[in-house]
Design a protein around this ligand. Structure first.
Ligand code: EPU
Length: 422
């Protein structure tokens, strides 16, 4: 199992490029199940979850091939026919986003059998709204030995209101509705840029979707979809992580190939905390520490609010800010495991339910820490960059799920991170 050895205390300086967004690439791959023609996806990040989704497509009997391009991979997927509409437990337990195949499978083939995802390190994460939404479109749902067994004679458009805003739930229903008969309206839909990117791809494939990016999405069903060639959007969470890496080390970093408009909430908060962030046009951000860091309270929210996927990285930053900051996690009920590891490095953090109080500034000292999930691992790398001495981050496979060779990118801007296996 790989580990990172980080030699901390070095300000980062230089230029780094963003990869494509994992959370846009995964639904785009699932969307390719909606047509028998080839779908070409570009700017695909070289991360482990993409490999897991390819294994799942393979399991379903779908062809895919990958080509290395200058920026990300080019992935060509062709779902000519389906051999086996089953997403097995072994893959779903590795990656919950596997449930994204449910909507496309049932819409195109009338049948899907997908393992129910089990527990998760960051919260219960049920998928009841995916199922209720697909039922509203006319699918029958049955639980069978840990699997969701879904069938339909043909989906019909409907109006569905999400009680809770869900990103992959919105994506699943939007994909299914493209091939349903008539009009589907999704109310209280997720507004994340990844949802909008998926809608762009689906429209390029011949779907008729309006309103993606707002909380009401209207989908007029069509009888079939065709192939497309689509670059996925940049990874706003990876960009945000790089911005914090400069802020926490007191460095000066430019992040290019970004989509500045997707990071408004993160940029606002960084500026409040005393991190100087400047946009050099729509695709580049320059970040420089601007005096001492100040404690700033934070509430995670659905987009366009501050993303839960940046909460752990923010916590690392706040350990180096003067004063007390209250971080409230409003999306997931158990997303503070990184706090315990940061405390082992010298941070002063109290967790009370959905709130964490970080009192700074405390010097961090290198320690052995363990990653519990993807974003938690990123936050421990950031803490390690700011710490004196050596930090050993264990279970780096979590970070490889969603960050493309983060140690190589950070080393290019002056970090000292060594990957090794034990
Ligand atoms: N929820 C329900 N019922 C449902 C679906 C969701 O109650 O049927 C609840 C969840 O338990 C949670 C809230 O709704 O409390 C929001 O969850 P959401 O469904 O939006 O999360 P997700 O779609 O499973 C995606 C990202 C996550 C990201 C969240 C929130 C992908 C593949 N995953 O997950 O990304 O944290 O949205 O923005 O898009 C990550 O990349 O590290 C990651 C965890």
């Amino acid at each position: 199992m790989d580990k990172f050895l980080i030699e901390g205390g070095r300000p980062l300086e230089g230029r780094v490029s963003a990869s494509g967004a994992k959370n846009a690439a995964l639904p785009a791959m699932a969307a390719s199940l909606l047509t028998g023609q080839p779908v070409v996806l570009r700017n695909i990040p070289r991360v482990r979850d993409i490999g897991t989704m390819r294994s799942l497509l393979d399991e379903l009997g779908v062809d895919s091939s990958v080509k290395h391009e200058e920026h990300g991979n080019r992935l060509e997927i062709q779902a000519r026919q389906l051999l086996n509409p089953v997403a097995p437990y072994e893959l779903v337990k590795q990656m919950r986003a596997s449930v994204l195949v449910l909507g496309p499978l049932v819409a195109r083939f009338g049948h899907a059998r997908v393992s129910l995802p089990g527990g998760c390190a960051i919260g219960a994460r049920p998928i009841n709204l995916h199922l209720r939404g697909l039922e509203a479109l006319g699918a029958s749902v049955r639980m069978d030995h840990g699997y969701i067994e879904m069938r339909t004679e043909g989906l019909r458009g409907a109006t569905f209101h999400f009680d809770t805003i869900t990103v992959t739930g919105t994506e699943n229903l939007m994909m299914a509705a493209t091939l349903a008969e008539g009009l589907t309206t999704l109310d209280n839909a997720a507004r994340e840029p990844e949802v909008e990117d998926l809608a762009h791809l689906l429209n390029e494939m011949g779907a008729s979707i309006e309103g993606a990016g707002t909380d009401t999405i209207r989908i007029r069903g069509v009888s079939s979809l065709h192939g497309a060639d689509h670059p996925v959007i940049p990874d706003r969470i990876e960009v945000g992580t790089f911005l914090v890496s400069a802020g926490i080390t007191g460095g000066h970093v430019c992040v290019d190939r970004a989509e500045v408009g997707h990071l408004a909430a993160v940029i606002t908060k960084l500026r409040e905390a005393g991190v100087g962030v400047r946009a050099n046009g729509p695709h580049e951000l320059e970040v420089e520490k601007d005096g001492a860091l100040r404690a700033v309270d934070l509430d995670t929210q659905e987009y366009p609010g501050f993303p839960t996927d940046m909460q752990a990285q923010w916590m690392a930053l706040m350990t180096q800010a003067e004063g007390a900051s209250v971080i409230s996690e409003n999306i997931f009920e158990n997303r503070f495991l990184h706090a315990l590891e940061m405390m082992r490095m010298g941070a002063d953090i109290t967790v009370e339910g959905r709130h964490a109080i970080v009192r700074g500034k405390t010097p961090l000292s290198g320690a052995k820490v363990q990653a519990s999930d993807l974003r938690a691992s990123a936050s421990l790398v950031l803490a390690g960059l700011a710490a004196q001495g050596e930090t050993l981050v264990d279970r780096v496979y979590h970070i490889d799920r969603g960050y493309e060779r983060i140690e190589e990118k950070l080393n290019r801007v002056g970090a000292r991170i060594r990957r090794f296996s034990e």
